[in-house]
Design a protein around this ligand. Structure first.
Ligand SMILES: *[C@@H]1O[C@H](CO)[C@@H](O)[C@H](O)[C@H]1NC(C)=O
Ligand SMILES: *[C@@H]1O[C@H](CO)[C@@H](O)[C@H](O)[C@H]1NC(C)=O
Ligand SMILES: *[C@@H]1O[C@H](CO)[C@@H](O)[C@H](O)[C@H]1NC(C)=O
Length: 450
């Protein structure tokens, strides 16, 4: 069974425990939503400065010698079950889904544990994580704790800087794996030696090399049976000059099981013109896409079987300064005379955790809201179109003069098909609670299996 591609599940079967419905908690703590937003990140300083990733969203994943546990695609810890691909769902501490369709996914990344300056992990609800792990194991599925996130990456650079800081940080992570009976760890550093992260992140020219040394240490300490993944942007980790690496050290592929590529947040009102949040292929204005990310990471030396395509269960809403029609296509100028408007009811103002940062909306519009409001069925002044270049839908609201880029079952079916055709490592989604009541998006990505 493809679902059993992780051998690490050894938990005793226990009665499934209903998860706490924390949807209301999320509303109450709405600002945290964006505090931990993750971002695909675009290597363009023009865009970076206006990147709202500071706002909202999601962003939600190697060398060092031959550790012996990964020998060229025959990963000992996967027990020869490397064929097939996985479906990984991020769930968030602040918006745990009321139920999880375990038969439709393989693995959960629980977001986030945030590392403090001293490397201790906090900002997650221990009892809730325990419930998720228990329920996952009862369903023979696996769970990683995801460490970091958009606003949780302040200290990574310092924490991996020296052998002694790495040892002390690794100790905390190994402790968490033991304490919570985890199957793996997902490091979500946004981003090593990058100008695209939160402005007050610690940073160092040697971040990428230090990060690898840290992952190698983690692998050594966790052993070959734990799943080690990292959430990454659409371009390979930056080199010492802050350019995307064209070739990564061999240790990355030897040490890390999955690179969860965050192929979203690639267009929004931080750009001058509207475009697709998560293009399957680039069009003339969208240079980054699923296909470009696969190409870039794979030519930098990461095997396709370790590349996991991240897809969004949300879109972005913004005001535009001219009507959008089938004839204009999805690229028109944003209305920059107004601040970023609120997306759906879950979108709340938040600021980066840096001095002087301004709180703003992100414009995030979750798929469940799209369905609930009838956006996708052309009700309430909405008209939907399909962009054939990027294989994504977009919608225009003639009353509010707003533009929405999003993913729907059709666009996710296309992405899943690409994952299967290319024999990639699988598909990752951010984040599970944003799906509609029928799990329409989760259903649409089942075709990623191969
Ligand atoms: C960066 O973005 C700006 C504005 O969209 C664009 O004009 C410029 O060509 C981009 N630069 C690169 C290197 O992509
Ligand atoms: C919405 O309207 C557009 C333009 O008329 C049309 O192409 C599309 O099929 C409609 N979508 C739905 C769900 O009715
Ligand atoms: C779920 O599916 C049923 C049956 O197809 C449909 O009537 C209902 O509107 C759907 N609900 C949502 C939230 O998609």
């Amino acid at each position: 069974m493809v679902q059993l591609s992780f051998k690490a599940v050894v938990a005793t079967i226990v009665a499934a425990v209903a998860l706490v419905d924390a949807a209301d908690v999320m509303n109450a703590a709405g600002h945290q939503h964006r505090l931990v937003r993750r971002c695909g990140g675009k290597k363009n300083s023009t865009i970076t400065h206006h990147h709202p990733a500071s706002q909202g969203g999601n962003n939600g994943h190697h060398h060092g010698g031959n550790n012996g546990h990964h020998n060229g695609g025959n990963n000992g810890h996967h027990n020869g079950q490397q064929q097939g691909s996985i479906i990984t769902a991020y769930i968030t501490d602040w918006a745990i889904p009321s139920s999880i369709a375990w038969n439709k996914l393989d693995h959960i990344n629980y977001a986030f544990a945030v590392p403090g300056k001293d490397g201790t992990l906090s900002q997650f609800t221990a009892s809730q994580l325990q419930s998720v792990v228990k329920e996952a194991h009862a369903n023979q599925k696996t769970v990683s704790l995801s460490v970091g996130g958009w606003t949780g990456s302040l200290h990574f650079s310092d924490l991996v800087l020296t052998p002694s800081s790495r040892a002390s940080f690794a100790k905390n992570i190994v402790q968490a794996v033991n304490d919570y009976n985890l199957d793996g760890i997902d490091i979500d550093w946004e981003y090593p030696n990058s100008a695209n992260g939160v402005a007050c992140n610690s940073n160092n020219k040697a971040d990428t090399a230090n990060f690898l040394a840290f992952m190698q240490l983690l692998r050594q300490q966790l052993g070959p049976n734990k799943i080690l993944s990292t959430a990454v942007g659409v371009q390979p980790f930056d080199d010492e000059s802050q350019n995307p690496s064209t070739s990564l050290a061999a240790g990355w592929a030897q040490t890390v099981d999955y690179f969860n590529m965050m192929v979203y947040d690639l267009a929004g009102s931080w750009n001058p013109v509207s475009g697709a949040n998560s293009p399957l292929a680039a069009d003339k204005d969208d240079s980054m896409s699923v296909t470009s990310a696969v190409q870039a990471w794979s030519s930098a030396g990461i095997p396709k079987s370790k590349l996991v395509v991240g897809v969004p269960f949300y879109g972005y809403l913004a005001k535009v300064n001219q009507p959008i029609t089938a004839a204009t296509g999805e690229h028109v100028k944003f209305d920059t005379s107004v601040p970023q408007i609120q997306g759906d009811q879950y979108d709340t103002k938040s600021a980066d955790p840096c001095p002087g940062a301004t709180a703003t909306f992100s414009g995030e519009f979750q798929y469940r809201s799209i369905v609930q409001q009838g956006v996708n069925t052309n009700s309430s002044s909405w008209t939907n179109y399909w962009d054939a270049h990027t294989s994504t839908p977009y919608a225009y609201n003639s009353k509010d003069q707003t533009f929405l880029t999003y993913d729907n079952p059709a666009s996710l079916t296309a992405k899943a098909k690409y994952v299967a055709q290319q024999k990639l490592g699988g598909i990752m989604l951010w984040s599970l609670e944003m799906d509609d009541a029928n799990s329409s998006l989760l259903n649409a990505i089942q075709g990623a299996r191969h």
